[in-house]
Design a protein. Structure first.
Length: 352
């Protein structure tokens, strides 16, 4: 079931899409364009959930229509409406898109060629091509104006929410990894890893849309890109920690450090939650755990255990696994501290 905020956003998007389609039809009627429904169709297609995505879809459709209209018009003038000319025009429109680095526009370019060359028209091919481009451009313009003026949803805001969500999911994954190690049981972490991976993939796509929104504070977009990169680094650190904790089904050496491991798990979990809150608020949350002190304390306990010979009764692989866990935990803490340090100098600028 959709949350209240998600339902509200979905309702707004439905209204915006309907308005964009209706305005497109009204404007084409005003200018007496012969096939105004193409403007409405274009407006409906390019209207996306955020401004950046709408800009991206608009660019793709406009480029594809322009290329298809030019190629289709040329080939109708040279070959007329025949199968050989049509096949050659489709191939050339496809390759022109490649040459212009517009591979996402290939499908639209070839469809435009087909409309110009295969559909019977009373006007010349060039007039048809011009009308087609004008109608599509009009629909795109209307969609952009509606997206920008009516409940605008900027991709950068969605990225910020996505980063917060990814950090919370990372917190759940980290706690599951630590539980798997300390409970000496093989827990299935694939579902949690899949959730985090999906959140990170969505953030990458949203970030591309945010970077295409060529307005608003540039520093904010740069900050979002750097924060997203750092969240990915934290995820890799958690994955490495998971690798370090594997094969521990019979381990008991860690029992000597239960209090320190409790403190470590609570501290890292709190840090991930703190970062999520900080990104959401656009300013640092002051409740930050002393992670370097926590890992230093564990290192001291481990060193003392070696001195007094506490490692002697345990298998070597078990001892190595514990120290590998400490090493990877130190790496994770380093990434968290780096993200915190980065936030101290840049996060405030991210807030609108």
């Amino acid at each position: 079931m959709l949350s209240r905020s998600a339902a509200l956003e979905s309702g707004r998007q439905a209204v915006k899409t309907a308005i964009a389609g209706a305005i497109s039809l009204a404007v084409t009627d005003l200018f007496h364009l012969p096939e105004g429904y193409w403007a409405a169709i274009s407006a409906l297609i390019v209207m996306q959930s955020n401004v950046g995505a709408t800009l991206n879809a608009s660019r793709t459709r406009l480029a594809g229509t322009a290329i298809g209209a030019v190629v289709g018009g040329i080939f109708v003038a040279i070959f007329g409406m025949n199968m050989l000319g049509f096949a050659l025009a489709v191939a050339i429109a496809f390759f022109v898109c490649d040459l212009l680095h517009q591979s996402d526009s290939q499908r639209l370019a070839t469809v435009t060629v087909a409309i110009i060359m295969l559909v019977a028209h009373t006007s010349s091919a060039w007039v048809v091509a011009l009308h087609r481009f004008s109608e599509v451009a009009l629909g795109i313009l209307v969609a952009l104006l509606v997206s920008l003026t009516l409940w605008p949803n900027h991709a950068r805001r969605t990225v910020r929410q996505g980063l917060c969500d990814a950090l919370l999911k990372l917190g759940a994954l980290y706690r599951a990894v630590m539980h798997s190690y300390r409970a000496s049981e093989s827990a299935s972490l694939e579902g949690l890893k899949s959730d985090v991976s999906l959140a990170l993939r969505k953030n990458r796509d949203l970030l591309q849309f945010a970077l295409q929104e060529a307005y608003g504070p540039l520093k904010e977009r740069e900050t979002l890109a750097l924060l997203a990169q750092q969240v990915e680094r934290v995820y890799r650190a958690v994955e490495t920690l998971d690798f370090a904790a594997r094969g521990n089904s019979t381990d008991t050496y860690y029992h000597n450090f239960q209090a320190g491991l409790d403190q470590l798990e609570n501290g890292v979990s709190a840090a991930l939650g703190n970062l999520s809150k900080s990104i959401a608020a656009g300013k640092l949350d002051p409740d930050w755990p002393d992670l370097p002190a926590i890992i230093a304390s564990l290192d001291e306990q481990a060193a003392e255990a070696r001195k007094v010979g506490a490692t002697m009764p345990y298998p070597l692989d078990e001892i190595l696994r514990f120290y590998f866990l400490l090493l990877t935990s130190r790496n994770l803490i380093g990434e968290l501290e780096l993200m915190r340090s980065f936030g101290a100098s840049h996060l405030q600028r991210q807030k609108n």
